[in-house]
Design a protein around this ligand. Structure first.
Ligand code: PLP
Length: 230
């Protein structure tokens, strides 16, 4: 199993490099997040042994359990839907929260990180396809939300995240990635305090190469590393 994970990680790194070559980007500018949700600690440890240090989790309780037992140079990103009453469990344990899509949630993160006089690094999740089933701030409300977040002293907005509509034909996904990048570029011109738009979290197992071509700096890959989830 661990051999397989090491092999999968190597294959993905090669695909990242190839995608970068196609579009003239530096592979060093893309970070791979190994999305380990619903996968056991043993597989995380296998990935760690293979040199993968950055992991993404989606469920608070599961994350806390894994955070307690996985040792080593591991870094965690929280990428799932987040309820305000659970934010306190994440404080001090996550490097970046990808899923901030409303002011009330941001205020709670600001409060919890503020207790340790710390600054939470966050991304604003945008519902690019305007899908009822998905979280994220609507595209036309994103700028306003980022403006509001820029006033919270214990938050630093580092960019945007999206989970675009699924399509078998990857070229149909490309415009959603492009939309997210263009939105980030637009917000960047506002020069808001505590806001940078340097990070674009987009692209998963089936579409990360297209996301890289459209400017992704963080890609979130689960299935292609750990296999299908139950
Ligand atoms: C599960 C998940 C992923 C990983 O998806 P795969 O298709 O398994 O690569 C990426 N991003 C988010 C937000 C997820 O919930």
């Amino acid at each position: 199993m661990s051999v397989e994970i090491a092999h999968n990680l190597e294959t993905i790194q090669q695909r990242i490099t190839a995608a970068c070559l196609r579009c003239g980007r530096d592979p060093q500018d893309i970070q791979l997040i190994a999305v380990s949700k619903k996968k056991p600690v043993e597989l995380i440890e296998a990935a760690l042994s293979a040199g993968q240090t950055l992991f993404g989790e989606s469920y608070v309780q599961e994350f806390i359990d894994k955070h307690q037992v996985v040792t080593g140079p591991v870094r965690w990103h929280f990428i799932g839907a987040l309820q305000s009453n659970k934010v306190k469990y994440l404080a001090g344990k996550t490097e970046l929260i990808h899923s901030v899509d409303r002011l009330s949630l941001a205020k709670e993160i600001n409060k919890q990180w503020g207790k340790a006089d710390d600054v939470a690094r966050i991304l604003v999740q945008v519902n690019v396809g305007d899908e009822a089933s998905k979280a994220g701030v609507p595209v036309d409300k994103a700028e306003e939300l980022v403006r509001q977040l820029s006033e919270l002293p214990h938050l630093h907005v580092e960019g945007l995240m999206a989970l675009p509509p699924y399509a078998d034909n990857l070229e149909q996904v490309r415009p959603w990635f492009r939309l997210l990048r263009e939105l980030a570029e637009k917000i960047d011109t506002l020069n808001l305090p505590n806001v940078s738009m340097a990070t674009l979290s987009m692209g998963m197992s089936h579409d990360f190469e297209i996301a890289i071509e459209e400017g992704a700096t963080l890609i979130r890959v689960g299935t292609a590393i750990f296999g299908a989830r139950e």
